[in-house]
Each structure stands twice: as structure tokens, then as C-alpha cells.
Ligand binder design. Structure first.
Ligand SMILES: [Zn+2]
Length: 174
């Protein structure tokens, strides 16, 4: 009898362990395994030097996010993309946009009319002889793109973003 109980108990414990295994390994951790600062839940402000980011980020992401380069128009993966879900900072995982604020614009970069107010902040940008407003990630200070006042209602804004600075997560994966 004791033996039987042990077997039942052992089987039960084993099935528990098996059931719990997929929960421990989330896709978030998989994607960010080489980036210790990446988190879709932490809001703590990061203060990481560019020397450190250079070791972590892919060169094309580093150029846009840390040196304010712009990806070529019509080349980004989210330019013509309309799935339902959320957009996070590709550098640190901070929430930036909801897909319901994305609109189809002909400018060649993914465009949104509204950002997560806790996701981004703004800086005046006078480079290249233009007066523009730069959009940056509130958590890691990475460059995301610019915001213009020729967007659709209800805000009239057009957040013109670099696809490479964004990471999309569909609702179906949550
Ligand atoms: Zn960020």
C-alpha cells in the first residue's frame, strides 16, 4: 500500500514538474538572452553607456538606437504591417505603442498617431538643417524616430518610427 502511494505521489509530482516547465521559459527570456537589460515588465530607468550597448546590440540596431541613424524608407519590417498587438523598444523591452494607434502612411516608415505616455519622451532636434522633434525611449534613452504634426485624428500627430527600434508582440502570444 505504501509503495502504491509512493508511485501515485511520484507520478503526480512528475506531471506537475512537466506542466510547469513551459511557464519558466517565456519567449521574452529567449529573445533577450544576450541582453541583460531587456525586460517587458521592469520600468526602472536604465543608465547604460554606449560602450556597453555596443557589446550587446546588433550593429544596425546600435546605429539607429544609439547614434540616431535612420533606416532606409520602405525597408523596415513594420512599414506595411497591421497585426494586432503591442510594440516594445527593441533595445530594452519598454512598452511604446499599441497597434490600434498605427496607421497606414505613405512615408516609408511605420507610423502611429499616439504613443504610450509612459513609454517615450521628446527632444528638440536641429540636425540636417531641420527643426524636428526626436522621440526617445523613456527607459533606455534610445532613439526611436521623430514626431510630426501632420498625422490623422484624433491627435493630429505622426510618430515616424524606425522598424528596427521596435519589437512587435501579437496579442495571440500573450
Ligand atoms: Zn528602450
Amino acid at each position: 500500500m505504501k509503495f502504491l502511494i509512493s508511485i501515485v505521489l511520484f507520478t503526480f509530482l512528475q506531471s506537475c514538474t512537466q506542466n510547469h516547465q513551459p511557464i519558466k521559459t517565456t519567449s521574452m527570456e529567449n529573445e533577450a538572452k544576450n541582453n541583460p537589460y531587456y525586460s517587458r515588465t521592469a520600468a526602472t530607468k536604465l543608465d547604460i553607456s554606449n560602450d556597453e550597448w555596443r557589446k550587446i546590440l546588433a550593429p544596425d540596431l546600435y546605429a539607429v538606437a544609439r547614434e540616431a541613424a535612420t533606416e532606409r524608407a520602405f525597408t523596415g519590417k513594420y512599414n506595411e504591417f497591421d497585426e494586432i498587438g503591442d510594440y516594445y523598444c527593441a533595445v530594452c523591452g519598454h512598452h511604446l505603442f499599441r497597434s490600434t494607434s498605427k496607421f497606414s502612411s505613405s512615408c516609408g516608415w511605420p507610423s502611429f498617431f499616439e504613443a504610450d505616455k509612459d513609454g517615450v519622451y521628446y527632444k528638440k532636434d536641429s540636425t540636417y538643417g531641420m527643426e524636428r522633434v526626436e522621440v526617445l525611449c523613456k527607459r533606455c534613452d534610445s532613439h526611436l524616430g521623430h514626431v510630426f504634426d501632420d498625422g490623422p485624428k484624433p491627435t493630429g500627430l505622426r510618430y515616424c518610427m524606425n522598424s528596427i527600434s521596435l519589437e512587435f508582440v501579437p496579442d495571440s502570444q500573450k
